[in-house]
Design a protein around this ligand. Structure first.
Ligand code: ANZ
Length: 915
């Protein structure tokens, strides 16, 4: 038998000693950069679902390496984050210690799987030598603004020159909404503080008052993608809206490019759609409405200006700056009450909850720009403050939300559409008569534009990203406040600003971040920023650091980033679609703009691995009793399903009652009703693998029992890599048997090597070359499960044909190596090779050997030759008969005659016997 334990230990050692997995420095050699989304090392270690992506990337990396590429296949750790900090608050344990323990546990688990990570390039994002450069990037963002005309990032000093020379009129740049227009003179007359405040409207990293998602339980602000249905993604705590001064990143400056470049990326379409939706590009029109309130005007945003003749009211968001101003004296009380009563609801809830339509009338009116009708102005929370202009025109005949609103508050509806089966047109206006909707839109825009009442605008749903977190375990933001309170970046030479050691990780009593408690938290005697960076900061550029991880003078040398360039294949979870994958693209584009790297997009191809699902075990307890009943005896509904540990369950689903009783206190005194065979059966349910469902399978156990090769093969054989698949214990036996069969091609029962120098037969050569073709194509296209199936077929054929020759077996080992590296390396050595199997060229197939030979058959009827047909050499009798019976010549002879039998002599003749 193959002794996988000693084989694995031996090769782990040799691979590491010989530095087999070290990527080579930039050269003329073609490169392949294969990356996994690096893990956040949680306390509970890996279950079998986690390494699926790592194994897939490893198979691809080994394959590419054998094809002659210089492969970069690194691994590191995303090490700052909330769970370690929460744990620190609960236990007093410093997050650095827990993080380090977790990383060690992860590394130990990963190392057993035989992954070809380059150990020389590993780093952790919480290492000051790494976050020095995260802080450096932040400072570059702070010192930059975005020129919309040039579609490019520019230095803030250039903006200052522009302001000095001509103010900001006519400047087309990414800027905070409602930035005041100033002249050069005004700029010059600004005080230092005013200048600093003004520049915040342009900087790509800026500080601004904004409405944030505040989670009191976690004591921090959360990003939109960290909030699900009004609760924190981590821990499920309530989240409310709060106004706070925050560090933000102006990702919206890049919205257009982020959206535009998507079409050129080899990513799953679903992932691209998620990003498109998140970015939410919308081409619409801003229209100005005058009001009856002095000379106040309201700008609304619409994507359907052609519906303007159906407007019966305007609505502004409760947070809109005009909301209180527009209220007439009589309505003031109600308006203020309404504004104050607005609960914190997520944006999605605000715009889609039809059962909770609220609003208040301001008492004021706007004038319809084309009909001069009086339109009541309302305030309602279904209009969002930060989208468009925060104000809309209400068209109940066209827009569902406006319709619900008009029904709720008895507002009029004007019919504007004439609909036939084939077309929808607008009525009610001479101007639009006879026009289709697109033409109507153009016509309205023209009229309004001529009157100076509208401009076309492209808007994005995406918001700028909040960057400051009121917590400890993150990168310090490298900003200090001078004597005037002006925020300034620390000198580059003074980076990194190291996170100080503290013992109390809670926010301060007045809600300040933990760093506010540190008396020495200052720079040159000035106070330092006390919020820290969010979890996604370190992961937004780590792929660049791997190309040059030890560089002390730069985040990475341009020779290295240029050679390794963007990631050729990035494997990870789809849950990062709108977080990590968007932020990384933004930082990459930014670094490209400021000429530090020469590629705009970081990930050419992304593959999202499907989840591995667990097989939970469920038992039933009679409600309010201590009685557990075998699942095949369950009759009534009055039972409570309970998850139990899958380790207590046999392959026939019977539960070990003793183990169950000693599992937890509440099971100690259970009464068990077994079935006829005296067994307590459980039910199996396939669902997400999770500690809370007690259905977790640990790779360590599987590797102990079956070996790492078997574990790898099994993970890849579960199904297509992008699809979810349930973990199955039974199927793993199949992979184990397969590896034993491979071993038996090399060794007999007495463990003697039986490899010969015989020349393989033509048949064997053909099988070998067919397998090379299939396996190389399928591995390249990442159809790993079908590649394995082909290897299995090949091994079965070899076994049947007693193939033990050196040539055929060498090729088999090479094809199998990416999937089962240990066994193949061992057998490769036993074949007498002294080079690593990875360094041998990947086998090439020869079309000539694969080519199906064809045979010309003489077809006779009752012994008389009638025609000649060409058939594949390996055709079965059944297939040959079918072809013959559909041949035109033969059909003619068969007419009205009864076929008695067909004589088929392979490779020779076919004779039809007729009555
Ligand atoms: C009139 C209209 C008629 C509209 C119609 C839609 C359909 P997208 O396409 O997603 O960009 N809107 C504008 N600003 C809003 C805000 N701050 N909060 C909530 N809704 C807002 O959506 C643009 C449309 O959403 C706009 O076009 C506006 O309603 C609404 F048949 O104006 B529309």
């Amino acid at each position: 038998m193959r002794n996988f334990k000693s084989i694995e230990e031996k090769w782990q050692r040799i691979w590491s000693e010989e530095k087999v997995y070290h990527a080579h420095e930039p050269s003329n050699k073609k490169k392949f950069y294969c990356l996994d989304m690096f893990p956040y090392p949680s306390g509970s270690g890996l279950h079998v679902g986690h390494p699926r992506g790592y194994i897939a990337s490893d198979v691809l990396s080994r394959f590419k390496r054998m094809q002659g590429y210089n492969v970069l296949h690194p691994m590191g750790f995303d090490a700052f984050g909330l769970p370690a900090e929460q744990y620190a608050i609960e236990t007093g344990q410093h997050p650095a210690i827990t993080t380090n323990n977790n990383i060690n546990r992860f590394k130990e688990q990963l190392s057993k799987i035989g992954l070809s990570f380059d150990p020389n390039r590993e780093f952790q994002t919480c290492d000051p030598e790494y976050y020095r450069w995260t802080q450096w990037i932040f400072i570059q963002l702070f010192n930059s603004w975005y020129d919309n005309k040039q579609k490019k990032t520019r230095a803030i000093v250039e903006l200052i020159s522009i302001l000095e020379e001509k103010g900001n009129a006519g400047l087309d740049s990414a800027q905070t909404q409602d930035t005041e227009i100033i002249s050069a003179l005004q700029w010059k007359q600004f005080s230092d503080v005013e200048k600093s405040d003004f520049l915040m409207n342009y900087r790509l990293a800026y500080r601004a008052e904004s409405t944030v998602n505040w989670c009191a339980a976690l004591g921090t602000v959360l990003a939109n993608d960290e909030v699900i249905n009004g609760r924190s993604e981590r821990g499920g705590h309530p989240v409310t809206k709060k106004k706070m001064k925050q560090w933000m990143l102006r990702i919206t400056a890049f919205a257009d490019r982020l959206e535009n470049n998507l079409k050129n990326l080899n990513w799953p379409e679903s992932l691209k759609d998620m990003q498109r939706n998140w970015i939410g590009k919308s081409s619409g029109t801003e229209i100005l409405f005058s009001t009856s309130c002095d000379d106040l005007k309201i700008a609304i945003y619409t994507t359907h200006p052609e519906t303007i003749y159906g407007v019966t009211f305007l609505v502004i968001a409760p947070e809109h700056p005009l909301a209180k101003i527009l209220a007439t004296d009589r309505r003031k009380y109600d308006v203020e009450n309404y504004i104050n009563s607005i609960e914190s609801r997520s944006d999605r809830e605000r715009i889609s909850d039809k059962n909770n339509v609220t609003g208040v009338f301001t008492g004021n009116y706007a004038l319809h720009p084309l009909t001069n009708e009086k339109l009541p102005i309302w305030i309602a929370d279904y209009v969002l403050p930060e989208y468009g202009t925060g104000a809309i025109m209400g068209v109940p005949a066209a827009d569902e939300r406006d319709f619900s609103f008009s029904e709720q508050f008895n507002l009029p509806l004007i019919h504007i559409f004439a609909e036939t089966e084939s077309s929808k047109t607008l009525i009610n206006s001479d101007i639009l008569n006879g026009l289709n909707l697109v033409e109507a839109k153009g016509a309205i825009c023209n009229i309004l534009e001529e009157k100076g009442l509208s401009i076309n605008k492209v808007k994005y749903r995406m918001r700028d990203a909040i960057f400051g977190r009121q917590r400890y375990w993150g990168e310090p933001i490298p900003i200090y406040y001078n004597e005037k309170g002006i925020p300034l970046p620390v000198n580059i030479e003074d980076l990194p600003i190291k996170l100080p050691n503290i013992s109390d990780y809670r926010p301060t009593e007045d809600g300040q971040p933990p760093l506010a408690r540190v008396e020495t938290w200052s720079y040159k005697g000035y106070p330092l920023e006390t919020t820290t960076m969010p979890g996604w900061a370190g992961s937004s550029w780590y792929f660049l650091r791997y190309t040059d991880p030890k560089n002390k003078n730069n985040f990475a040398d341009s020779v290295n980033t240029s050679y390794w360039n963007s990631v050729d294949c990035y494997i990870g979870g789809a849950e990062h679609a709108t977080g990590h994958l968007l932020y990384s693209r933004f930082w990459n584009q930014f670094l490209y703009d400021i000429n530090y790297i020469d590629f705009e997009e970081p990930f050419k191809k992304v593959v999202c691995q499907g989840m591995i699902l667990g097989q939970s075990a469920i038992i039933y307890r009679e409600v309010n009793t201590n009685t557990i009943i075998s699942s095949d005896m369950v009759k009534d509904d009055n039972l409570q399903p309970l998850h139990i540990n899958i380790d207590f369950v046999d392959s026939d689903n019977s539960v070990d009652i003793n183990k169950l009783k000693s599992w937890r206190n509440d099971y100690r005194n259970i009464k068990v009703i077994t079935n006829d065979q005296g067994k307590l059966l459980c039910e199996r349910v396939i669902e997400k693998m999770s500690k809370s469902k007690y259905n977790v399978v640990i790779p360590d156990d599987i590797i102990d029992q079956y070996g790492a090769d078997c574990f790898r093969l099994h993970e890849m054989f579960l199904g297509p890599i992008e699809q979810s698949a349930p973990w199955s214990v039974q199927a793993i036996e199949g992979s184990s048997k397969f590896l034993n069969k491979v071993f038996r091609l090399f060794y007999n029962e007495k463990n003697q090597l039986i490899v010969s120098n015989e020349k393989p037969s033509e048949e064997v050569i053909k099988i070998t070359h067919q397998t090379i073709k299939k396996v190389s194509e399928l591995t390249e296209s990442m159809n790993f499960n079908t590649a394995i199936a082909n290897l299995m077929t090949c091994v079965n054929k070899f076994t049947k044909l007693n193939v033990h020759d050196h040539r055929s077996l060498s090729i088999l080992l090479q094809l199998l190596h990416p999937y089962a590296p240990f066994l193949t390396e061992e057998l490769w050595e036993k074949l007498g090779n002294n080079k690593f199997i990875l360094d041998q060229d990947y086998p090439q197939f020869n079309e000539d050997f694969i080519h199906e030979e064809e045979v010309s058959y003489a077809v006779s009827i009752n012994g008389k030759f009638r025609t000649q047909i060409i058939l594949p050499a390996d055709i079965t009798q059944e297939e040959a008969e079918k072809t013959v019976l559909s041949n035109d010549v033969i059909l003619k002879w068969l007419k009205d005659k009864e076929l008695k039998k067909i004589i088929f002599v392979p490779n020779k003749i076919i004779n039809l016997v007729l009555n």
